[in-house]
Design a protein around this ligand. Structure first.
Ligand SMILES: [Zn+2]
Ligand SMILES: [Zn+2]
Length: 72
């Protein structure tokens, strides 16, 4: 039982681990445990992962991911 199994939004109570999220909630940020690439809005096909603890601690959505279209 890792933390991911209990991942939830502290703002609205949505159960991210169950795929729930709330439209307009800043902490949910438009997704549950993953979201389309935020740089190109999904055109690169990459999915970003929810950073559960950072999202809870800061009260807004944090994600791990990279854009396949971006070049350093
Ligand atoms: Zn929420
Ligand atoms: Zn991208």
């Amino acid at each position: 039982m890792g933390e991911q199994s209990q991942a939830r939004c502290r703002t609205c109570g949505a159960l991210w681990h169950a795929g729930q999220w709330t439209e307009g909630c800043v902490e949910c940020g438009g997704g549950a445990m993953e979201i389309d690439c935020l740089i190109c809005r999904g055109r690169c096909g990459s999915k970003w992962e929810r950073a559960v603890l950072d999202s809870n601690d800061f009260g807004d959505a944090h994600w791990f991911g990279t854009c396949r279209l971006s070049r350093p």
